[in-house]
Design a protein around this ligand. Structure first.
Ligand SMILES: NC(=O)c1ccc[n+]([C@@H]2O[C@H](COP(=O)([O-])OP(=O)(O)OC[C@H]3O[C@@H](n4cnc5c(N)ncnc54)[C@H](O)[C@@H]3O)[C@@H](O)[C@H]2O)c1
Length: 354
């Protein structure tokens, strides 16, 4: 099934025919050069299928990066730009991002400024990128220890999502993607949340389409993150701080894992300031803890998290701003919360998650 009719998913093709649509897209256009960006896993596991479906890409140049968040940095961006130059990629080149959110964020960023912007298409291969990162035009790299501190908006010409790619995804990465999907449900769609509570919910094209539709609708209303789009940051203010904090450790957190921890802590914040009832806070957090088995935090971790928060781009002046739930399926943005309440929410996490 390919979703194309709903205007909110314009130029986004989801389902088993997505790669045929990609072939048509390529056949209908003339590009001076094709460059495929992938990481070592997607080169091995996903590139053969793409080339089999889109023969024109057999002449593409391949740039391979190391897998993982550590590649979303300036040094690797420099390598990508050098690669573009070495391959004589001109203004009328097409970059094909074949991979997870790291590939699409990094590739989108590199493409957005190379020759003042070259065309990009995204072919997401991780669940997280399928339900979230491949859509919405945000690109970026991590810099100075702060997640996504440098970035641009660069809309992909099209996104082709074939769920076949997730068949090779490790279970930990599947959960990573589910975290962002559940975030979509919690901020905007109570019935989608109920689907998570049913056993054996299929992670298929319908599921991906449902999560992505929530994101696409929000982005369509506020493409440049001035208002409602900030609801997508639910769980991310604390989550990004934790992700950055653990990045240099032996056991770095995956993005979705950090977001689950962030959602649990931010739900307690919402409860403290009476935005979210205790019953709902407990219900959501019990579900998240049971389903995702988030990492326990020590008191030292909690303190370090607080100091990281001061660097978060969502904070202005001395205020800490959050996007918080007001119920299941509803979210309020730009909520100011004082450091004392954040400390309390972190303590709650330390006591509750063992
Ligand atoms: N731009 C946005 O709107 C947006 C939204 C959400 C998240 N993000 C970003 O996305 C990134 C996380 O994305 P991610 O979780 O996809 O990370 P990722 O790109 O590192 O992919 C996760 C892992 O899965 C592997 N992988 C990908 N596809 C595979 C496949 N089909 N089979 C086997 N292995 C496969 C990758 O090689 C990698 O090891 C973070 O940097 C986050 O900030 C961006």
């Amino acid at each position: 099934m390919v979703q194309k009719k709903k205007s909110v998913l314009k130029n986004i093709y989801i389902g088993t025919e997505a790669l045929s649509h990609c072939r048509n897209f390529l056949n209908q256009r003339t590009y001076q050069k094709y460059v495929i960006l992938c990481d070592q896993n997607t080169q091995r596991l996903c590139l053969p299928l793409l080339l089999a479906n889109c023969p024109v890409l057999r002449e593409a140049e391949i740039i391979e990066i190391e897998a993982g968040e550590s590649s979303k940095c300036l040094e690797v961006a420099l390598q990508v730009w050098h690669g573009f130059l070495e391959q004589k990629a001109g203004k009328h080149s097409l970059l094909i991002n074949l991979g997870g959110g790291v590939v699409s964020d990094l590739g989108g960023f590199c493409a957005s400024v190379y020759k003042r912007g070259i065309d990009v298409i995204n072919i997401p291969t991780s669940l997280l990128a399928m339900v979230d990162a491949s859509v919405g035009s945000k690109t970026g790299i991590d810099f100075g220890g702060v997640k996504n501190s440098i970035g641009t908006y660069h809309e992909p010409k099209a996104v082709f999502i074939d769920p076949i790619f997730i068949l090779t995804l490790p279970p930990r990465e599947m959960k990573n993607g589910l975290a962002e999907a559940i975030k979509m449900a919690l901020i905007a769609d109570k019935t989608f949340w109920l689907a998570f509570n049913k056993p054996n919910t299929a992670i298929d094209d319908k599921f991906i389409s449902r999560a992505l539709t929530i994101k696409a609708k929000i982005v369509a209303k506020d493409p440049f993150d001035k208002g409602i789009r900030q609801s997508l940051n639910y769980g991310h203010s604390i989550g990004h701080a934790l992700e950055a904090l653990f990045a240099k450790r032996r056991n770095p957190l995956l993005h979705g894992e950090a977001i689950v921890m962030g959602m649990i802590i931010e739900n307690h914040l919402a409860y403290q300031i009476k935005l979210l009832g205790k019953k709902e806070c407990d219900l959501i957090n019990a579900f998240l803890i049971h389903s995702f088995k988030p990492l326990p935090l020590s008191r030292k971790d909690a303190e370090a998290c607080l100091s990281f928060l001061n660097h978060d781009k969502k904070n202005t002046a001395n205020e800490l701003k959050f996007s918080l739930l007001t119920g299941i399926g509803a979210c309020k943005t730009q909520v100011s919360v004082g450091a004392g309440k954040i400390t309390k929410a972190l303590q709650y996490y330390c006591h509750t998650v063992k």
